[in-house]
Design a protein around this ligand. Structure first.
Ligand code: LFR
Length: 478
């Protein structure tokens, strides 16, 4: 029997989970132990993560995992990117901001005055997103808050620190800060100096597979751990872990990690830092084993979940809001063309009334807007699929690769309409699944680190474990 001796903590923007698992004979088995909502907190005008509640929930999940699998040897943590906590003397200063907070535009202004966008791209190779850590730091530096801190820890690193007492910055997530050099993968001291940021604000880098440390004694006691448990660095950027678990073969596959956001792109060996790549707003994020995640963030199912939230909010007793499943069925039955809008337009980033924002976008662009709820749903999925197809075509041009298969992993892989529309818009075969790609990638890197799979396994070999353990669903263009 497989010992389920590894635990993955995977925090997404809308929910978190603790899953334990293990690999034996090249097959990964996993079991969820805890799933909890991640509800943003509004304090006055600012938007925060409820980090205390998240830590409490994940601790409960870990306690349960340890109880059910007393032989647990390793924990890996991943979350969304870019956000962080500031600390002084190991104490958290303030409540981490949510990347959808409105403060970021000021940060963009400050940074771009010091370093022009094209030059910034030659340093960090990143897609411009207003919420990149570098812009958030600029706001905190201006307010004087950053000066109080002696360390900044990205969310998974902050949790790792609370668990182990060790401060590290995991490389894949570090690559989303905007402060990591795309050339050599180290902190870009020159860029930090020009931006007036202290060189040692972010702790030393650690790579996926390396140990961060063992649970500190009081934590181990609270979690009910008897034997030592190691916190292992994984691709702590959720997207990096998800890409590990994409069951792709060869050079002709693209992936879409589809959830709150859709991360659409290719795995490549060397960054593409050309002016064309910058103009197309592609990113060169760091992947596991030194790969490059050449991709674009093209918005995602957030548009749908926010629309549902709005309809729930609008619902009166007389007009009960519809459930997602029936809306999706109605949307699938629509046979007339619906509006295709740009899902990455900045207006869709903050929380709010998406159906109205979508209609406004269409009216401004002289397009007939979606009217019914089902039309809005269809319009969102059609627009995402169109953006996926276009992004993959651009990625092919920018890298000289030719894509034959698109893999969709994450929550979006269960949305049959979205998968079919992606095949239709791209004219390519779509393979959907696995849905829990992020947790799988997290567990696989731990499995390799502790020797449940050959420690010399390549990503290709880890992907064979994914194929051995999970099935995919095929969609062909019609
Ligand atoms: C996906 C993700 C994306 C990143 C966005 C914000 O969960 O990590 O990769 O662009 O969230 O952090």
């Amino acid at each position: 029997a497989v010992g389920l001796t590894l635990a993955a903590v995977d925090l997404g923007a809308t929910s978190g989970r603790v899953i334990f698992g293990g690999v034996a004979d090249g097959v990964l088995r996993m079991k969820p132990v805890a799933r909890f909502a991640n509800v943003p907190q509004f304090l006055g005008e600012s938007m925060h993560w409820n980090i205390q509640s998240l830590f409490a929930e994940l601790s409960t999940g870990l306690r349960e995992a340890i109880l059910r699998s007393p032989g647990l040897v390793s924990i890996g943590i991943d979350s969304w990117a870019v956000d962080y906590g500031l600390l002084r003397g190991g104490e958290l200063l303030g409540i981490p901001h949510h990347y959808r907070d409105g403060r970021n535009l000021r940060g963009v202004e400050i940074v771009h005055e010091l370093v022009a966008p094209d030059e910034l791209f030659t340093h960090n190779g990143l897609q411009h997103l207003d919420f990149n850590t570098v812009f958030q730091f600029a706001v905190e530096a201006e307010s004087g808050f950053l000066n109080l801190a002696d360390a900044a820890l990205l969310v998974p690193d902050l949790i790792g620190f609370w668990l182990t007492g060790q401060m590290r910055t995991e490389r894949t997530n570090a690559s989303t800060t905007g402060l990591l050099s795309v050339r050599n993968g180290d902190w870009d001291a020159d860029l930090m100096e020009r931006l007036g940021l202290p060189a040692d604000l972010l702790p030393a880098l650690v790579s996926p597979g390396e140990s961060i440390g063992e649970l500190r004694a009081p934590v181990a006691e609270r979690l009910g751990a008897v034997e030592p448990i190691q916190v292992t660095a994984v691709g702590s950027h959720d997207t990096a872990s998800a890409v590990v678990a994409v069951p792709m073969e060869g050079q002709n596959s693209a992936y879409i990690s589809s959830g709150t956001w859709s991360l659409v792109g290719l795995e490549i060996d060397e960054p593409v830092v050309t002016e064309e790549a910058r103009r197309a707003n592609f990113t060169n994020e760091g992947g596991v084993d030194g790969t490059i995640r050449f991709l674009k963030n093209v918005s995602g199912l957030w548009l749908l979940s926010e629309s549902m939230r709005q309809w729930e909010h609008d619902a009166t007793d007389a007009q009960r809001s519809s459930d997602l499943e029936s809306l999706l069925a109605e949307a699938a039955a629509i046979t007339t063309p619906v509006a295709v809008f740009d899902p990455s337009d900045g207006r869709f980033t903050p929380p709010g009334d998406m159906p109205t924002r979508i209609r406004d976008w269409c009216c401004e662009h002289g397009i007939d807007p979606p009217h019914t709820r089902a039309e809005v749903v269809r319009s969102i999925l059609e627009s995402l699929a169109a953006a996926y197809a276009q992004t993959i075509a651009t990625a092919e041009k920018l890298t000289g690769r030719s894509v034959e298969t698109i893999h969709i992993v994450g929550g979006g892989s269960q949305n049959t309409l979205l998968c079919q529309l992606t095949a239709n818009h791209s004219g390519l075969r779509v393979l959907a699944g696995p849905v829990e790609a992020t947790a799988i990638g997290n567990l696989l890197i731990q499995a390799r680190a502790v020797g449940q799979v050959d420690p010399t396994s390549s990503l290709d070999e880890l992907r064979q474990v994914v194929r051995n353990s999970f099935s995919v669903t095929e969609y062909l263009p019609v």
